[in-house]
Design a protein around this ligand. Sequence first.
Ligand SMILES: NC(=O)c1ccc[n+]([C@@H]2O[C@H](COP(=O)([O-])OP(=O)(O)OC[C@H]3O[C@@H](n4cnc5c(N)ncnc54)[C@H](O)[C@@H]3O)[C@@H](O)[C@H]2O)c1
Length: 437
Amino acid sequence: MDHVTTLNQRIEARTARLAIVGQGYVGLPVAVEFAATGFSVTGLDTDPDRVAALSFGRSCSPDVTNTDLMALLREGRYQATTDFGVLERSDVVIICVPTPLRKSKDPDIACVVAAGEAVAARFRPGQLVVLESTTYPGTTDELLLPMFRARRARIGEDLFLAFSPERIDPGNSIFKVRDIPNVVGGVTPACTRLAAALYSTVVPRVHEVSSPKVAELAKLYENVFRNVNIALANEFALMCQRLEVSTKEVIDAAATKPFGFMPFYPGPGIGGHCIPVDPLYLSWKMRLNGYEARFIALADDINRAMPDHVVELVTDGLNGRRRAVNGARILALGVAYKRGVGDIRESPALEIIENLSRKGAEVAYVDPHVPAITLDGAVLKAAELTEGELAAADCVLILTDHPEFDYRRVVETAALVVDTRNATWGMPAPAGRVLRF
Ligand SMILES: NC(=O)c1ccc[n+]([C@@H]2O[C@H](COP(=O)([O-])OP(=O)(O)OC[C@H]3O[C@@H](n4cnc5c(N)ncnc54)[C@H](O)[C@@H]3O)[C@@H](O)[C@H]2O)c1
């Protein structure tokens, strides 16, 4: 029997053995989803602490409960390991490793290279390898493909290689891995078909495209779209402030149009491992092709200037109360980059707190998802959101709209509130006491 038929049958029967490389916000939910549908799945990670925690049933993702993880561990359908030997025994390998930026803002593709080399070094005829990490167009063809060719793999015959971007939104209670269609682009039609067969076992719909590059670009277009629209909302907030109207009121009014409009809202800046990072993967690649991606550059400029704008708002608010930033007690609510999660990667809250501290403010923070942060080399532990903390603060600065915060109490108790998320929207307060976007 040829490799395509064998692998297809194993996927259909759920007897294919899966290895998911990288067990973070993406890799763990993906692994759990495949395990829950009947596959035997191994989560492979280089971080021994993470692997130890997972092996004890302690999840590192808001989308996987400890109970679900424990059940799959007990049934023997999921296991975590640091042993790369598992790759040789796997029929399917999915790569979900980080793709951050260097300090220079160029792509740092080192984890994909390391994972790709580890998989290629253990290549066994009959394997399907899928890259899920968000990356620049061409990564699968230009970086991964040669690694397998060097091992004498015959692509589309005994090794099947595809790109399928992950679209998970960690902490989103409505859309989980199993609710989001997958885009799949294989190096050959057989690669696409096998990858599509694999994802069809867990997601509602698979959209096949003609190449890995199209799939890589589709993911980047999604995130550039989000980045640019957030930038537009942020710039709109700067304009509305000068015109003395509420940005949210304007956007909510525009959003009543039932077609051709999708609301995005301003905030303190963009964070997380995707929106501030991914567009720069595309602009880097385009620069190599002699093209400057202007929308991406402009959006990046606007979004990255938002933390300074927030510091300015706090300064103005305190000024209105005849207070200086220097010596002011500021209580920041939320440091995670978005509500409901504990992820502080690229979080604008950190930059804002750092800048306020450098100006002499005494900053404390509250975040039920983030017990401690490190700023300028010093560890700052989270405070409790008590009546005392609220009353003692010269300014309460809302940076993440976690659902756990009692915003009404904040507005009633605090001397000054700067609300960068419109979490206190609609709550009455005396003039000048609550500053919102
Ligand atoms: N976090 C998101 O919201 C999200 C959403 C969609 C796509 N993505 C993309 O998915 C990819 C993974 O992101 P993430 O948020 O899961 O990252 P993460 O940092 O949460 O997890 C990555 C894991 O990979 C491990 N790792 C690193 N190098 C490895 C290697 N060579 N071999 C084995 N394990 C290795 C790390 O120890 C870590 O546990 C990125 O490309 C990201 O852009 C992320």
